[in-house]
Design a protein around this ligand. Structure first.
Ligand code: FAD
Length: 463
């Protein structure tokens, strides 16, 4: 496999695919505009605080994650979340309630009213909707489980995963496993039981049961180490400015270290964010660019706060908490970072990661940043029973954070397939296709590696 593959973008999608293709014998080059590899994975250390400014952790949903970590020699730095982190809280009426994780806990919890609990018993008898792909997660959950479950379980959960709005997100595209439970088995309860058996056979972990991982020095260790192992195959400070489809293969122009450069290849893989890929691929297919442009990426601010342990008025016995929209707060939730993983904060202090904005509350960024920070910190301190200012504060504003798989996303997904069929040799990957999580990026890297391998093997691969 000595075909030349150029991969655009050195986020986790691009680097994992580069690693897998290199192992199969392809000649790969990864072009990345930033000075470091990682994309959304950014970890910084300041005053003894380790701040993961993008993903805080990943879920070990597919075996390929551990395989790559072992391959690159990073397994001794891989850490799993503290078991205390199993407890997740939801805010209701100003109080944090643990999310019930067992049937007895569910019956006892004050998070849901008796009426909402009774409503769950009706779930197995509810039929499918005729809306198929064109349903939001809100419509789906309201129909199957009722309004209160939507407000106090799914709404905060969606904020935690997508920084998203349940009224807009497509259940089929954003939560395909949930959608499948209804489609394939007729209901969520029966479907959960059956799919556990099937997943065991495929050696996959459900997101609920998968182990949560990070690295001693933060999530960015993973892409940085893959990049280091790939050596000269990864070109940093390489901003791509045009792509030309030739009779045979492709030509990619980029700006690197003050010079305009060009690289030719047989196979091109874009793992660029959708809004960047749209500009660079418009000359090849205008419709593709329109689909990519239509994907909404709301802004998100990630705020990291440090406090002395003695100033925190409630026990830190969990993962953190999520806030339902109904509670009308200025932020989406907080992860108790130093509880989950080691070395996140200096001795005798604790650190917290708060998320602000997302598509649920993008409007907040019309306010002055200082006002946003003051309001959020006041609200956080009231929930956590803290009455002093933080000893450490840092934030990262993501103007376009996470792609929203909104209703109608299926049209984009279908067009991505069509584009690949019409343009043999170009492949599209990245977090706007096949899932946004770190685990999904790994799963998709494996899929796209397989696609490239097959394409390259086929006699009429256009070469
Ligand atoms: C704030 C935040 C929190 C998150 N939290 C979690 C979490 O806790 N758990 C989880 O599983 N997932 C989380 N995610 C999602 C997950 O981190 C991302 O979906 C994933 O890292 C995306 O990886 P990627 O490689 O597909 O894209 P990216 O990381 O965006 O990589 C694309 C790369 O392309 C490069 N690029 C862009 N333009 C050019 C150009 N013109 N030329 C060359 N290179 C270019 C970029 O610099 C970047 O390195 C979070 C995301 C964000 C933003």
């Amino acid at each position: 496999m000595n075909k030349k593959v150029v991969i655009l973008g050195a986020g986790i999608s691009g680097l994992t695919t580069a690693w897998l293709l290199k192992k199969k014998g392809f000649d790969v080059t990864v072009l990345e505009k930033n000075k470091e590899a990682g994309g959304a994975m950014e970890s910084i250390v300041e005053d003894g605080y380790l701040f993961d400014r993008g993903p805080n952790s990943g879920l070990e949903t597919v075996p390929i994650i551990k395989e790559v970590v072992n391959d690159i020699g990073l397994s001794n730095e891989m850490v799993y979340a503290n078991e205390k982190g199993d407890k997740r809280y939801i805010l209701r009426n100003g109080e944090l309630h643990p999310l019930p994780m067992s049937p007895p806990a569910f019956l006892k919890t004050k998070l849901f009213s008796a009426k909402a609990k009774m409503r769950l018993f009706a779930e197995p008898f509810i039929s499918r909707s005729n809306d198929g792909y064109y349903q939001s997660i809100a419509q789906f959950v309201k129909r199957r489980l009722g309004q209160e479950f939507l407000d106090y379980a799914i709404n905060p959960f969606v904020a935690g995963v997508y920084a998203g709005n349940p009224e807009d997100l497509s259940v089929a595209s954003a939560f395909p496993k949930l959608y499948e439970l209804e489609e394939k088995y007729g209901g969520l309860i029966i479907g959960t039981v059956r799919s556990i058996r099937e997943r065991k056979k495929r050696k996959e972990q459900s997101k609920q049961n998968a182990k949560m991982f990070s690295f001693v020095n933060g999530m960015q260790s993973l892409p940085k180490t893959i990049a280091k192992k790939l050596g000269e195959r990864v070109v940093l400070f390489a901003e791509i400015n045009s792509i030309v489809k030739k009779e045979k293969g492709f030509s990619v122009s980029y700006h690197n270290a003050g010079f305009d450069k060009k690289i030719e290849c047989d196979i091109l893989l874009s793992t660029l964010p959708a809004y960047v890929a749209s500009t660079l691929l418009r000359n090849i297919d205008g419709n593709l660019a329109n689909h990519l442009d239509a994907i909404y990426h709301p802004p998100v601010m990630v705020l990291y706060l440090g406090y002395k342990n003695e100033d925190i008025g409630r026990p830190l016995d969990g993962f953190g908490f999520l806030i339902p929209a109904k509670e009308k707060k200025s932020f989406l939730g907080a992860i108790w970072s130093s509880v989950l993983f080691p070395k996140r904060a200096p001795e005798n202090t604790a650190s917290f990661t708060l998320f602000i904005g997302g598509s649920r509350n993008a409007e907040i960024f019309k306010l002055d940043k200082e006002i946003i920070l003051k309001t959020v910190i006041e609200e956080f301190q009231s929930i956590m029973k803290i009455s002093v200012e933080p000893v450490y504060k840092s934030y990262r504003y993501w103007n376009k954070a996470i792609p929203q798989y909104n209703i109608g996303y299926i049209e984009h997904e279908r067009y991505f397939d069509e584009f690949e069929r019409n343009n043999p040799g170009i492949f599209l990957s990245g977090n706007y296709r096949g899932g946004i999580s770190v685990g999904d990026c790994f799963k998709n890297a494996e899929l796209v590696t397989e696609k490239i391998f097959k394409y390259s093997e086929s006699n009429n691969g256009g070469k």
